[in-house]
Design a protein around this ligand. Sequence first.
Ligand code: TXA
Ligand code: MG
Length: 352
Amino acid sequence: MKAEIVTMTAEHPDRAALERAGEILKKGGLVAFPTETVYGLGGNALDPKASIKIYAAKGRPSDNPLIVHIAEFDRLTEIVTEIPQKAKLLAEKYWPGPLTMILPKAPVVPKETTGGLQSVAVRFPSDRIAQELIKAAGGFVAAPSANTSGRPSPTTAQHVIEDLGDAIDMIIDGGQVGIGLESTIVDFTEEIPVVLRPGYISLEMLRETLGEVRMDRGLLITDSKVRPKAPGMKYRHYAPKADLSIVEGPTEAVVAAINGYASDAEQAGRQVGIIATDETMEQYPKGIVKSIGSRAEEETIAHHLYEVLREFDRCQVSAIYSEAFYTPRMGQAIMNRLLKAAGHKVIKVSQD
Ligand code: TXA
Ligand code: MG
């Protein structure tokens, strides 16, 4: 293990360790840190060499741009050339928080950080450890999720250690993250704001503040000719090792269908994994059953999704079947990630 691990809480940040972490970043090193969404892999956003190191550590294609994290709204003007009125409104409402905005980049932001694009993604996280670290590092920290490219995003420091412990300089363990899904991304480089990645802040919430908002067509259509505008959304992310399928339909029919697959597998000497909810988990007598959370509290589902996918990578299962989670507010974000993990394999069942 190469990385130094330091542990702290948001209530009691370890100032000395944060200063050290800031120094590492200023010198071009890499530090993983907690945010309210998922853990980030930080490097100095204005240093092209640091961005190149981030891509190498994650094994990420270098055309997939990074998000620049700030800890003071006023410093936004240093890295963008224009802040449209609507972006200001949204920042007032949701920053600091799980919102990323795409804006035209200023020349100080190197093309290595933006994957060659003329725009830059910016986020002001609410997590206090993240804020202190960004300030200690000089104000601009580029940070993708701190997972190996293609694996589920990390929601605990342990996940970061598994993926990147040997590749980076320091990991700040601030405990489990609050939300568990990456930030909502809104593109302001077009006349009408466009959602490039759904997240905790839903389309309806955005429309309440901004009026007209579009969903990126590449997110709605599973046609390979319509490319998502956020380069990162085109990759098959979060893929678990076993084949994952989503079973969709009325609950009783879904439970019956999944139990059928579990029985067939058992007869063939195999075992399936099942992603259930607190409400249904007792109804699956066979297979390895994990509850993702409660339908009555959709936050719990978002919070456990990546963890459950990672846990199944450690189990010997021949296939994984998941219920669908079109919950009222975060359903769009949850299903966006789950569908990607499943490579859009959906089995539709009905009640007969
Ligand atoms: O919650 C989050 O946003 C986390 C935490 C660490 O802040 N970060 C995160 O970063 O999810 P990452 O790199 O895993 O995802 C960034 C996404 C990618 O899909 C990327 O293509 C898109 O943002 N993106 C970045 N800059 C962009 C730009 N200028 N135009 C369009 N998409 C952009
Ligand atoms: Mg990511």
